[in-house]
Structure formats: C-alpha cells, structure tokens
Design a protein around this ligand. Structure first.
Ligand code: HEC
Ligand code: HEC
Ligand code: HEC
Ligand code: HEC
Ligand code: HEC
Ligand code: HEC
Ligand code: HEC
Ligand code: HEC
Ligand code: HEC
Length: 182
C-alpha cells in the first residue's frame, strides 16, 4: 500500500517479509537474500556478469558481499599467484564481476608477471642489455597477451632501408626481446 510497485523495481519483488520484518525492516540476514533482490537495485552488476560469463556469475552476490556495502577479500577464496599480492593488487588486473578479462593498471611490478612466466622473468632480469631496466607492461600494455612490436618504440628504418629489406626480422640478429644478443 505504501511502496507502490510502479515507484521502484525493488517494490516489484514478491514476498516482502521473507527479508524484511515489518517492525525492524532494515535488519536482515544478508546471507539468505538471493540475486534477484540485489539486481532490483543494482542492475548494472548483473548486466556486467551476463555480458562477461565467468565462474563468478554462478555465485550468489552474498558470497562476496556478506554485509551490505562491503566485500570480502579475494584471498578468502583464492591463493594469490605471488605471496606478496594484496587484495588491491588483484583488482589491478581483475574486475570482480568480470574476472576473466585481465587488464593491467599502471605500476604492475615485473614479479607479478614472472610468478607465472618464470623463464621470461629470469631471462630479462639476467640480461645485460637495456631492456632489463624496463617493466613488462611497457611492452605488454593494458591487456594480457598484448605485445608491442619493435617498431612501436624503435625506428623501423634505423639500420637503413637496404639492410632491413634484406633482413626483415629484427630478432634474427637481436635474438629475443627479453635477452637481446650481446
Ligand atoms: C530478497 C530480499 C528482499 C525482498 C524480498 C524485499 N527486499 Fe526490500 N530490501 C532488501 C535489501 C537488501 C535492501 C537494502 C537494505 C539496505 O539498504 O541496507 C532493501 C531495502 C528496502 C527499502 C529501503 C530502501 C529503498 O530504496 O526503498 C524498502 C522501502 C524496501 N526494501 C521495501 C521492500 C518491499 C515493499 C518489498 C516487497 C515488495 C521488499 N522490500 C522486498 C531486500 C529485500
Ligand atoms: C533497495 C535497494 C537495494 C537493495 C535491494 C540492495 N542494495 Fe546495495 N546499495 C543500495 C544503495 C542505495 C547503495 C548506496 C549506493 C551509493 O552509495 O552510491 C548500495 C550500496 C551497495 C554496495 C557498495 C557500493 C559502493 O560503491 O560502495 C554494494 C557492494 C552493494 N550495495 C551490494 C548489494 C548486494 C550484494 C545486494 C543484495 C544482497 C544489495 N546491494 C541489495 C541499494 C540496494
Ligand atoms: C566467495 C569466494 C570467492 C571470492 C571472495 C572470490 N572468488 Fe574468484 N572464484 C570463486 C570460485 C568458486 C571460482 C570458480 C572455481 C575456481 O576457479 O576456483 C572463482 C573463479 C575465479 C576466476 C576464474 C574465472 C573463470 O571463469 O574461469 C578468477 C580470475 C577469479 N575467481 C578471481 C577473483 C578475484 C580477482 C577476486 C577478488 C576480487 C575473487 N576471485 C574473489 C570464488 C571466489
Ligand atoms: C567474487 C566476488 C563477488 C561477487 C560474486 C559479486 N561481487 Fe560485487 N563486488 C566485489 C568486489 C571485490 C567489489 C569491490 C570492487 C572495487 O573495489 O573496485 C564489488 C563491488 C560491487 C558494487 C559497487 C560498484 C561496483 O561495481 O564496483 C556493487 C553495487 C556490487 N558489487 C554488487 C554486486 C551484485 C549485485 C552482485 C551479484 C549479482 C555481486 N556484486 C557479486 C565482489 C563480488
Ligand atoms: C599482473 C596481473 C594479475 C594480478 C595482479 C592477479 N592476477 Fe589472477 N590472473 C592473471 C592472469 C593473466 C590470469 C590468467 C592465466 C591464464 O590464462 O591461465 C589469472 C588467472 C586467475 C585465476 C584463474 C585460475 C588460475 O589461477 O589460473 C584466479 C582464481 C585468479 N587469477 C585470482 C587472482 C587473485 C586472487 C589475485 C590477487 C591475489 C590475482 N589473481 C592477481 C593476472 C593477474
Ligand atoms: C596467473 C598466471 C599469469 C599471470 C599472473 C600472467 N600471465 Fe601471461 N600468460 C599466462 C598463461 C597461462 C599464458 C598462456 C595462455 C595461452 O597460451 O593460451 C600467458 C600468455 C601470455 C602472453 C602471450 C604469449 C604468447 O605466446 O603469445 C604474454 C605476452 C603474457 N602472457 C604476458 C604477461 C604479462 C606482461 C603479465 C604481467 C602483467 C602476465 N602475462 C601475467 C599466465 C599468466
Ligand atoms: C622491450 C620490450 C619487452 C619487455 C620489456 C618484455 N617483453 Fe615480453 N615480449 C616482447 C615481444 C616483442 C614479444 C614477442 C616476441 C616474438 O614475437 O617472438 C614478447 C613475448 C613475450 C611472451 C611470449 C613468448 C615467450 O617468450 O614466452 C611472454 C610470455 C612475455 N613476453 C612475457 C613478458 C614478461 C613476463 C616480461 C617482464 C618480466 C616481458 N615480457 C617484458 C617484448 C617485451
Ligand atoms: C616499449 C618500447 C620498446 C619496445 C617495444 C622495444 N624496445 Fe628496444 N629499447 C627500448 C628502450 C627504452 C631502450 C633503451 C634506450 C634506447 O636504446 O633507445 C631499448 C634498447 C634496445 C636495444 C639496445 C640495447 C642496449 O643495451 O644497448 C636494442 C638492440 C633493442 N632495443 C632492440 C629491440 C628489439 C629487437 C625489439 C623488438 C623485439 C625492441 N627493442 C622492442 C624500448 C623498446
Ligand atoms: C642483420 C642484423 C640486424 C638486424 C636485422 C637488426 N639489427 Fe639492430 N643492430 C644490429 C647490430 C649489429 C647492432 C649493433 C650492436 C651493438 O651495438 O651492440 C644493432 C643495434 C641496434 C640498436 C641499438 C643501437 C642503436 O642504433 O640505437 C637498436 C635499438 C636496434 N638495433 C634495433 C633494431 C630493430 C628495431 C630492428 C628491426 C627493425 C633491428 N635492430 C634489426 C643488427 C641488426
């Protein structure tokens, strides 16, 4: 009578007193609330999960949001790739509602890549050439598996046109971007 269904999507859910007690309506067992109630007020997160299918889409919102307006740490359920990774670090690469798309924020340290790419990490760290001073994400920018080619930073004509026409592949002479020929 007071909360007209025409007024808010939330007032369209049935069975109001399954969640609200009439005399103290804001005290709720959050853990027992289902996804449809959350989505009646937060449709954007539902759309994001639907557009980016992942194992998280199969979880109830309340498994991560046990208290309204708060969230659990990623490490409550997962083992970090590297021991020193914090919850904020996880969010620098993964979004909680679409965790499979890995996009890098600025400042990801090399050991956060090298924990999975050990060989590359070691090769770069032990190289005596200038690339060893660089961070992974300068050449592998913004999204996982992206690669900036040599001519993204170096003049593709730097040794002269004739030479590059005869030997078109930089790595034939320079060996490997992570371990440049000495
Ligand atoms: C499945 C659980 C659930 C059901 C069913 C439910 N609600 Fe809610 N309701 C919530 C949650 C969660 C909140 C947010 C509480 C908070 O802000 O801490 C909320 C908040 C509210 C609020 C205060 C905030 C606002 O924006 O309106 C009102 C009023 C409300 N509900 C009315 C209703 C009515 C009326 C019904 C039935 C038509 C209903 N609720 C059914 C879970 C539910
Ligand atoms: C009746 C509407 C209503 C319902 C139902 C509701 N919420 Fe909310 N929720 C809100 C409002 C309003 C805010 C405060 C938004 C703001 O500060 O911009 C909020 C805030 C949040 C935040 C924090 C947002 C931030 O930016 O800090 C989270 C997380 C959240 N809700 C999760 C949930 C989950 C999970 C459920 C279901 C179990 C739920 N909410 C049910 C209205 C609702
Ligand atoms: C309440 C437990 C829980 C929390 C908290 C949680 N996850 Fe998950 N996550 C799961 C489960 C369950 C799966 C599916 C099984 C698995 O891969 O371990 C999963 C899967 C994933 C996947 C693989 C997705 C796929 O579809 O293959 C990624 C990536 C992920 N989680 C990242 C995170 C990040 C980042 C956080 C913090 C923002 C986080 N998780 C918080 C339970 C959780
Ligand atoms: C795997 C854990 C997990 C699940 C499942 C999950 N969330 Fe979240 N959610 C988070 C984390 C962590 C944050 C904080 C993100 C940040 O700080 O950038 C968050 C943030 C939010 C916010 C704040 C705004 C935003 O998008 O950052 C809302 C609202 C929200 N979640 C609602 C929901 C709803 C509704 C569901 C279910 C459809 C849901 N969440 C399922 C972990 C989860
Ligand atoms: C530097 C970026 C980066 C950071 C930081 C990061 N991840 Fe990941 N994560 C990835 C990549 C890339 C994959 C995908 C690997 C693949 O394709 O198998 C992944 C995959 C996952 C998976 C899927 C299963 C697996 O292990 O392959 C889970 C779960 C996960 N991450 C959780 C986390 C958690 C929790 C944190 C924080 C403690 C975190 N990630 C921090 C990049 C990152
Ligand atoms: C959780 C482990 C994990 C983390 C963290 C991770 N990767 Fe990966 N990465 C993988 C896996 C597994 C593959 C192979 C995927 C495939 O071949 O399908 C891969 C593939 C790649 C590739 C493409 C390889 C090719 O053959 O084309 C690049 C480039 C790459 N990663 C760079 C990075 C960078 C840079 C970072 C840090 C910002 C990073 N990765 C963090 C697991 C990870
Ligand atoms: C100077 C630029 C540069 C830097 C710095 C760099 N990479 Fe690469 N990386 C490349 C290029 C270019 C390729 C593609 C090589 C090819 O096509 O053969 C590549 C390929 C890869 C591959 C796939 C092939 C392989 O060798 O396994 C992985 C994984 C990778 N890089 C990870 C990393 C990680 C992790 C770091 C930091 C520790 C890093 N890269 C730093 C330029 C760079
Ligand atoms: C994101 C930018 C970037 C990319 C991509 C990149 N480089 Fe470099 N490279 C640099 C920087 C910065 C230096 C150090 C300053 C300079 O010599 O310009 C450098 C130096 C070098 C040097 C001289 C090394 C030394 O110690 O004197 C060689 C050779 C080289 N790069 C080859 C390559 C090749 C081959 C590729 C492709 C596989 C490549 N670079 C990709 C940025 C890049
Ligand atoms: C036929 C072999 C060969 C090819 C192909 C080649 N280089 Fe070189 N490059 C060299 C040699 C030899 C040097 C000088 C090595 C030194 O000084 O240690 C050099 C030096 C460089 C340097 C550092 C010196 C400078 O002039 O700044 C860069 C950067 C470089 N090459 C980039 C590239 C790039 C990018 C490509 C592909 C477009 C490429 N090279 C292709 C042989 C080659």
């Amino acid at each position: 009578m007071c909360h007209d269904p025409g007024e808010a999507t939330h007032y369209n859910i049935k069975n109001c007193n399954a969640c609200h007690y009439p005399h103290y309506p804001t005290e709720m067992e959050f853990g027992e609330i289902n996804v449809s109630a959350c989505l009646s007020c937060h449709p954007a997160q539902g759309k994001e999960m639907e557009a980016n299918p992942s194992e998280h889409a199969g979880l109830n919102c309340t498994e991560c949001h046990t208290v309204h307006r708060e969230w659990n740490n990623c490490a409550d359920c997962h083992t970090p790739h590297a021991e020193e990774m914090t919850h904020a670090d996880c969010l620098a690469c993964h979004k909680p509602h679409s965790p499979k798309a890995v996009n890098y924020a600025d400042g990801i340290p090399n050991n956060y890549c090298a924990c999975c790419h050990e060989n590359v990490g070691n090769a770069l760290a032990s190289s005596k050439k200038a690339h060893a001073e660089m961070s992974c994400i300068e050449c592998h920018e913004s999204e996982h598996m992206a690669v900036t080619q040599c001519d993204g930073c170096h003049d593709a004509d730097l040794h002269g046109t004739t030479m590059h026409e005869r030997y078109p592949l930089c790595l034939d002479c320079h060996n490997n971007p992570h371990a440049l020929a000495e």
